[in-house]
Design a protein around this ligand. Structure first.
Ligand code: DC
Length: 249
């Protein structure tokens, strides 16, 4: 079931069977709010452990971009059909531990994933049940090789409910806002931080109140408050949890 991730050409996420219980792939599910340190920590932990890193948000962003490019918006976006989603040919290619999201057979540039128009629409797209159903198997097929660090909003609750390690990252909204603005190259003042904190909180509330796969902490997830933790300390905490799981497994 688990295939070696090294020394092979890029592998498509749509091929083969999904990772599942019984696979030797150790899954670390990291969920958390925007700006909680999820992406940096997940990437660093995956690199330290030699595991794949699944950025599920990037997949939702790629779908959003493709749907917007296809001219869908508003109610038409909400009514997207499984056939229309299949026509986008969303796929994930793996080279060693690194993922690349593709639509229509072409890689989606990182800059396009993070554009303002995609960021403004992705929460609406991520709330569409047909979209979530369409992406479920693609995400599960990432669980190959020795391990997977999967980050998102529903990793521990829906996509990998059997994950050996589950972590929920959170931080104070103002700290999360400050980090997001710094990431964008802005040295924010208090007013900018406050305004960004309002936007982040609103997006989290939308993600938490949707009917499918709402953004919630899994009952068996370890809560890590990162407000006063730097990325190295967050990564250490996750690696320790993985070592403990390996020790008990
Ligand atoms: O982590 P991010 O900012 O790239 O996520 C983009 C959006 O996708 C955000 O609104 C939350 C949503 N998302 C989701 O609903 N489920 C996931 N597993 C990952 C992201």
């Amino acid at each position: 079931m688990s295939g070696p991730p090294t020394g092979r050409p890029p592998e498509s996420g749509r091929e083969g069977s999904p990772g599942s219980a019984g696979s030797r792939c150790l899954v670390v599910a990291i969920d958390g709010s925007a700006g909680s340190g999820k992406s940096t920590t997940a990437a660093a932990a995956a690199a330290r452990l030699g595991f794949r890193h699944l950025d599920s948000g990037a997949i939702y962003r790629a779908v959003t971009r493709a749907l917007l490019d296809a001219g869908l918006s508003g109610a038409a976006l909400d009514a997207v059909t499984p056939d229309e989603l299949a026509a986008l040919a969303v796929d994930v290619r793996w080279t060693e531990q690194d993922m690349q999201v593709r639509t229509g057979g072409k890689p989606v540039p990182e800059q396009a994933l993070r554009s303002e128009r995609v960021t403004a629409a992705v929460s609406q797209v991520a709330a569409i049940p047909a979209v979530r159903a369409h992406l479920l198997e693609l995400q599960r097929t990432a669980a190959r090789g020795p391990g997977l660090v999967a980050e998102g909003r529903d990793m521990g609750t829906v996509v990998f409910p059997e994950a050996e390690v589950k972590v929920f990252l959170d931080a104070h909204p103002r700290e999360r806002a400050r980090r997001r603005l710094l990431q964008r190259g802005i040295r924010p003042d208090d007013a900018e931080i406050e305004a960004e904190a309002v936007l982040l909180t609103r997006r989290d509330q939308r993600d938490a109140s949707r009917s499918v796969a709402p953004f919630l902490q899994a009952g068996d997830a370890v809560l890590l408050d990162t407000t006063a933790l730097d990325p190295a300390a967050q990564t250490d905490a996750i690696v320790r949890l993985v070592e403990a799981a390996r020790g008990s497994g």
